[in-house]
Design a protein around this ligand. Structure first.
Ligand SMILES: Nc1nc2c(c(=O)[nH]1)N[C@H]1C(S)=C(S)[C@@H](COP(=O)(O)OP(=O)(O)OC[C@H]3O[C@@H](n4cnc5c(=O)[nH]c(N)nc54)[C@H](O)[C@@H]3O)O[C@H]1N2
Ligand SMILES: Nc1nc2c(c(=O)[nH]1)N[C@H]1C(S)=C(S)[C@@H](COP(=O)(O)OP(=O)(O)OC[C@H]3O[C@@H](n4cnc5c(=O)[nH]c(N)nc54)[C@H](O)[C@@H]3O)O[C@H]1N2
Ligand code: SF4
Ligand SMILES: [Mo]
Length: 765
């Protein structure tokens, strides 16, 4: 790369901020926000500059390494691929295809090359024992989208730039920069909302950074959001506030929903939630009577005991108040690469419960079992036990509940390979680590987060630096492994046709495919004159075909789709290269009813699996409100990114952020002082960390961030180790899952906190 400014998208979180990276003498000289990026408008957060640290980190692995009796040893790519394919194949041959487990981590969705090549790799491995970060994250949203709209990634996204009321429950976009809502510069957008006379309301067990800029804030007891939302739905029906707007005529089973909420009056749920009945009614009324309003829920409502049901109710509230598909409400996006339509075309709209995990009988979702049962599947002997493991861009020892148990499980495997560029708490168990190129050495296109952006846009970034000598991209690693595994399976040789296919894919890579997807998508090639001739004929043909005919699916995807005729056209890879700051595709547009993928074309308000959970909610109401133990919740900080950006000195410097926050009353009751080292424990597992006493957390609740705990031996991140912190997931129980969705309960588990006594301290006392 020559000296000058390079424009790209920061790939670290979901916000897709445009960055302007200045290069001098072949090195990054400065990283700033790109004012011309149509979505982020110049905004970046403190993590953006760490893109440089990540790139230059001498501890980032650059060559394949294998574990030997005397330590890690570099090896050639060819040797590494051969070894991995051979070992995996041996395990598969000896113990069956399900004896290999796979875990896919979060960064896969920030990497289009990886995302496009993971399917061939999974197919080549052939196992049903697949896991990912999804079940520790957004699974309830995917399930609700599947059940209600018929498609697992058809998410209703808050149209924040036009809303007048934004109700945020269990999300902290001031720290996270948004999730299932790609919203760079949340603060700036809230400022504009307020300038229009709008309001931000936050509901959270902690007075978060987002709560601090809110107009109204309410504490809620962890895990009781479903009760609050039931009572809000109750209020809508009781006060005749239901008005479904654009969804009118499309909604189904509204009466069943009305019946389900009957006994959940605001009075009935007040003491359990900690929110008084008038406030609950007020929230429902405001949502109903503000024409442009959106209710948004995220991690705190998703990864908890009622994650599935809470998320369903949140969807219902937006639908019942006419906010779905309405400007300023929640809307479906129309991305340039329409993975929703594409997914439906290839039969990937989603499925749930098609099979159940071996040990705990938990349901698959989209072909993956809940990650909370990963350790069970490795540790429990019997047919189908996992003996070899593949991790791709994940650190489940820190990100999965009961990380200690998983740590032990991974240590006992016959073979493990990790595609990752850090030697960390998880990859230290690998026999071979295959490190991909650094992010700045590859091109970037946000396939996934463009689907969730608060404004339609498209942006492609070319690689900033030439890949280091003898390095491999993620997509190259995935394809090479897949290819060799397929060959092994076929006894060393593939039929010519298949062999040619693999060679072509490996030669092409993801970008030419991206180009085709862009050209054939909604904003693709201009149909022009040809279209003028073909279109009327095509329309007639399509008119007589049944709704589910593949040709109809194809036409839906083509730029000829009448639904897309008003959209700007001409997107292709080369067009995007000419606009390195990105192309604005306008505000979100109404898309109902075309965008629905349910069989009957309806919006399903009362799917049976949620109705069946109402009984459990009723039981929650019958339990006593208070307990003597504390409820543990998580938190995020703007300078931290899950488990893997802690090797940047700039990000971790200063006071440790890995603390436990507790309300003064609870501290006093336990005779604990601010700054003391305390022990947080559950079922015999414990972590020790400093106490932060604060009024900003609800009494009865404590909070610890995740992704820390870098003190395990044998890792290769010295900065992170020097700022180790402790892992919340070392104490969280992996048997606690939401029965509706299989999602891990990462928020609201009961813990005890007491003073940690070192030898010296106990003598003093
Ligand atoms: N208690 C608790 N646990 C949680 C959460 C919580 O809120 N509380 N949050 C959950 C959520 S939302 C998520 S998404 C998960 C995240 O869980 P994981 O995805 O398991 O963990 P990460 O910390 O994101 O680790 C990412 C790994 O990918 C590597 N990596 C980074 N970029 C690349 C790349 O481009 N290619 C490759 N091959 N590797 C790369 C990093 O080195 C790191 O090892 O954690 C979950 N766990
Ligand atoms: N800086 C930074 N940004 C990130 C990440 C990061 O690690 N660091 N991770 C990225 C990823 S992978 C994701 S998935 C997103 C997540 O994005 P968010 O969901 O916005 O992230 P959190 O900050 O975990 O917000 C969860 C909130 O839920 C609250 N909460 C906990 N339990 C409950 C409950 O029972 N009810 C209610 N109502 N609230 C509850 C917590 O107090 C917290 O404020 O962030 C992304 N962005
Ligand atoms: S908010 Fe920060 S980490 Fe996220 S994309 Fe923007 S600059 Fe990157
Ligand atoms: Mo996540």
């Amino acid at each position: 790369m020559h000296n000058g400014t390079h424009y790209r998208t920061c790939h670290l979180c979901e916000a897709m901020c445009g960055v302007a990276i200045e290069v001098q003498n072949g090195k990054v000289a400065a990283i700033k926000g790109d004012d011309n990026d149509p979505l982020s408008r110049g905004h970046i957060c403190p993590k953006a500059v760490a893109l440089q640290d990540l790139h230059e980190d001498p501890e980032r692995l650059r060559r394949p390494v294998r574990k030997t009796a005397t330590g890690w040893e570099e090896m050639s790519w060819d040797e590494a691929f051969d070894l991995v394919a051979r070992r995996l194949h041996e395990v598969r041959k000896a113990h069956g295809r399900n004896s290999i487990g796979v875990y896919l981590g979060n960064p896969n969705v920030h990497n289009h090359g990886a995302a496009m090549t993971i399917t061939p790799l999974l197919r080549a491995i052939g196992t049903q024992n697949r896991f990912s970060a999804t079940s520790n994250d957004q699974l309830p949203h995917m399930l609700a989208s599947l059940e209600i709209f018929g498609h697992q990634v058809l998410f209703p996204i808050p149209d924040i730039d036009r809303t007048d009321l934004f109700i945020c429950i269990g999300g902290n976009p001031m720290a996270s920069n948004g999730s299932l809502m790609t919203v760079p510069d949340f603060r700036g957008r809230v400022k504009e909302l307020k300038k229009r006379g709008g309001k931000l309301v936050v509901i959270d067990p902690r007075r978060t950074e987002t709560a601090r800029i809110a107009d109204d804030f309410h504490f809620i007891r962890p895990g009781t959001d479903a009760l609050l939302l039931m009572a809000m739905v109750h209020t809508l029906f009781a006060e005749n506030l239901v008005s479904t707007g654009a969804a009118t005529g499309l909604v189904k089973d509204q009466d069943l929903l009305q019946l389900a909420v009957l006994s959940f009056t605001p009075e009935a749920v007040a003491s359990h939630t900690g929110i008084n009945p008038d406030t609950i009614r007020g929230l429902a009324r405001q949502l109903a009577t503000t024409p442009r309003a959106a209710l948004h829920t995220r991690m705190g409502t998703s990864t908890q005991a009622f994650g599935g049901t809470t998320t369903w109710l949140a969807y219902c509230l937006n639908i019942l108040t006419g906010k779905l598909d309405a400007p300023g409400g929640v809307m479906f996006t129309q991305p340039a690469v329409d993975l929703v339509a594409l997914g439906a075309l290839v039969g990937q709209a989603g499925h749930f419960g098609n099979r159940y995990s071996r040990v705990r009988k938990l349901p698959e979702f989209g072909g993956e079992y809940p990650s909370s049962t990963m350790a069970d599947e490795i540790l429990t002997p019997g047919e189908g036990q996992i003996r070899a493991f593949v991790t791709v861009a994940g650190n489940p020892v820190l990100s999965n509940p009961n990380g200690q148990r998983l740590d032990e499980a991974l240590a006992g495997l016959d073979f493990m390979v990790s595609v990752d560029y850090y030697l960390n708490e998880t990859t230290r168990h690998a026999d071979v680590i295959l490190p991909p190129t650094a992010a700045l050495e590859r091109s970037h296109y946000d396939l996934i987060f463009s689907m969730m952006a608060v404004r339609n846009q498209a942006k492609y970034s070319e690689a900033l630096f030439e890949p280091a000598q003898d390095s491999r991209h993620d997509w190259q690693i995935n394809l090479e492994l897949a290819h060799r595994l397929e060959r092994q399976r076929k006894g060393g040789k593939l039929p010519l046709q298949a062999e040619l296919g693999w060679q072509a894919f490996k030669k092409l890579g993801p970008d030419p495919i991206l180009d085709v997807l862009l050209r054939t998508g909604p904003y693709g090639a201009n149909p022009g004159r040809v279209g003028g001739v073909i279109k009327p004929v095509l329309d007639k043909v399509l008119g007589i075909l049944p709704e589910r005919h593949p040709l109809k699916g194809l036409a839906r995807l083509s730029p000829l789709n009448p639904q897309w005729q008003h959209m700007p056209k001409g997107l292709s890879l080369s067009a995007l290269k000419k606009s390195p700051s990105g192309v604005d595709l306008g505000p979100l547009q109404p898309t109902l009813p075309q965008r629905l993928f349910t069989r009957d074309g309806k919006i399903n308000l009362a799917p049976r699996r949620y109705l069946a959970d109402v009984e459990r909610l009723q039981a929650l109401l019958d339990q006593p409100e208070a307990s003597t133990s504390l409820q543990l919740i998580g938190r995020r900080h703007v300078r931290s990114n899950n488990s893997w950006m802690h090797n940047s000195q700039r990000l971790v410097k200063g006071k440790s952020r890995c603390t436990v926050i507790m309300h003064p009353e609870d501290a006093q009751n336990r005779k604990l002082e601010d700054g003391a080292q305390v022990q947080v424990q559950k079922d015999g597992r414990a972590v020790v960390l400093p106490l932060e006493v604060s009024e900003d957390i609800m009494p009865g609740v404590v909070s610890i961030p995740h992704g820390w705990g870098h003190s395990r031996p044998g890792t290769g991140q010295s900065v992170a180790s020097a700022h180790a912190g402790a892992s919340i997931n070392d104490i969280l129980d992996d048997t606690e899952t939401d029965p509706v969705s299989g999602t891990s309960v990462l928020n609201g588990q009961a813990v005890e906190v007491k003073v940690w006594q070192t030898g010296a301290q106990s003598k003093q006392a």
